[in-house]
Design a protein around this ligand. Structure first.
Ligand code: 5AD
Ligand code: SF4
Length: 432
């Protein structure tokens, strides 16, 4: 057996891709290991979304260089969005790297490994043969209780801050029958929850099916208890999908719908194609369909030209909506994106102050949301043993982690739990 170490950066789609790469290399005799020391092959599955994510890759490559001195036959691959964006530059800058493979071409890894074995030199695969990849990938070898499933990839929206349209390519959707087949395989391997992934997952459009119809068909799979999807764009939130939140009981009442900013002039400069009030009205409609739905979002502070008043508008929007949780980031200049050349870049200390203020508000909302569950009974899907002996970790419909004293036979089942208290990042409760 050869040892394969895959390190995943960034989003859930990268986690899905990493699992697919491991499945693909298993027939070649590679078994997963959890450290790079002694590995025969190391794959860094990288993220390019913000500056710091990309920098981490080069420092990891520095560490791998030392390891490779002691094990010269170790293969090093850079995969993911940094690979797609930087291609040749990685080869030039990091001699330790044997192969560079983009997110749409990793099904070619077996060929690339064969080329390396024949000492044919270092290889780069960064084409976009989009439709080919999924047909070439292996069936899942196993599954956790909660499984990711990519249904849509790429982005045609071109928000001015974002590298995704360049690294993941144009929007395209997998055919529904392929998705349903993969979902059934995952459920056979133990999945009880499926998280549908796409950069614009609610723009899903496969053989005339939208995401609502896909979720309806998925809900008919016996043994599948919960369906989630991420990440969505406000512009693609169609009436049928909103209605599905009221009609499809397996669709969880939790929606990640990034707004990025609460200021119309910033939204315009970001090319988001909606105003803050459009978003407010959309949330009203979603809440009318499913009153208990919990909302989450992504925010960027310090976008070029963002004034104090613009930032205040973001705080106002957050107060108006009320989020169960959210991610927030300082604007980070990305090479090749339109916003990176805007002149009115915001000073670092201003970005820091705004991020602190926003995160303080969002965290207070998160705690208030979590605290509002104390004393209530909620259905919890148990995923795995918790750190404390005798306890399991499960999740509520709102994705909150819950720790409960329970037998391991409950893993993979949904049971009612009375929530008793909250610690920083989790809830604690008892089986009822
Ligand atoms: N700077 C900061 N945050 C960014 N995001 C995307 N691009 C950038 C950038 N250049 C954030 C957005 C997006 C999330 C995945 O990452 O909020 O929704
Ligand atoms: Fe990036 Fe905007 Fe596309 Fe989301 S919708 S992936 S933020 S370009």
């Amino acid at each position: 057996m050869k040892k394969l170490y895959v390190k995943t950066y960034g989003c859930q789609m990268n986690a899905y891709d990493s699992a697919k790469m491991a499945d693909l290399l298993a027939p070649l005799g590679y078994a997963a290991t959890d450290a790079p020391e002694g590995a025969d092959m190391v794959i860094l599955n990288t993220c390019h979304i913000r500056e710091r994510a990309a920098e981490k890759v080069y420092s990891e490559l520095g560490r791998l260089k030392k390891l490779k001195r002691g094990k010269s036959d170790m293969l090093v691959a850079v995969a993911g969005c940094v690979a797609q964006a930087e291609g040749e530059e990685i080869i030039a800058r990091a001699p330790v790297v044997d192969m560079v493979v983009g997110p749409q071409s990793y099904h070619r890894l077996p060929e690339m490994i064969a080329r390396a074995a024949r000492a044919e030199g270092r290889s780069i695969e960064t084409d976009f043969p989009a439709l080919e990849k999924f047909d070439m990938l292996a069936a899942p070898r196993g599954s956790g209780v909660s499984a990711f499933l990519t249904v849509q990839e790429g982005c045609d929206k071109f928000c001015t801050f974002c590298v995704v349209p360049y690294t993941r390519g144009a929007e395209h959707s997998r055919p529904p029958q392929a998705i349903l087949a993969e979902a059934r395989q995952l459920v056979d391997k133990g999945a009880r929850e499926i998280v549908l992934l796409g950069q614009n997952v609610n723009a899903y459009e496969g053989d005339g099916w939208g995401l609502a119809k896909l979720c309806e068909a998925l809900a008919r799979i016996d043994g599948l208890a919960r369906i989630r999807y991420t990440t969505s764009h406000p512009r693609d939130m169609g009436d049928d999908l909103i209605a599905a939140h009221g009609d499809n009981p397996k669709l969880m009442p939790y929606l990640h719908l990034p707004v990025q900013s609460g200021s119309d002039s910033v939204l315009d400069a970001m090319n988001r194609q909606h105003r803050a009030d459009d978003y407010r009205r959309l949330i009203d409609r979603i809440r009318a369909a499913r009153p208990d739905i919990a909302m989450t979002s992504d925010f960027i502070v310090g976008f070029p030209g963002e004034s104090d008043a613009d930032f205040e508008a973001t705080l106002k929007l957050v107060r108006d909506i009320g989020y169960a949780s959210a991610f927030s980031f300082k604007y980070s200049k990305r090479p090749g994106t339109p916003a990176s050349t805007l002149r009115k870049q915001i000073a670092e200390d201003v970005k820091t102050a705004r991020l602190d203020a926003l995160q303080k508000l969002l965290l207070a909302q998160q705690y208030a949301f979590d605290d509002s569950r104390i004393g209530k009974v909620m259905p919890v899907l148990f995923e795995k043993p918790a750190r404390d002996a005798g306890q399991l970790m499960g999740r509520t419909p709102y994705l909150q982690p819950v720790h409960v004293v329970a037998d391991t036979v409950l893993i993979g089942t949904v049971a009612d739990v009375k929530i008793e208290r909250r610690t920083a990042n989790s809830l604690h409760g008892v089986l009822v």
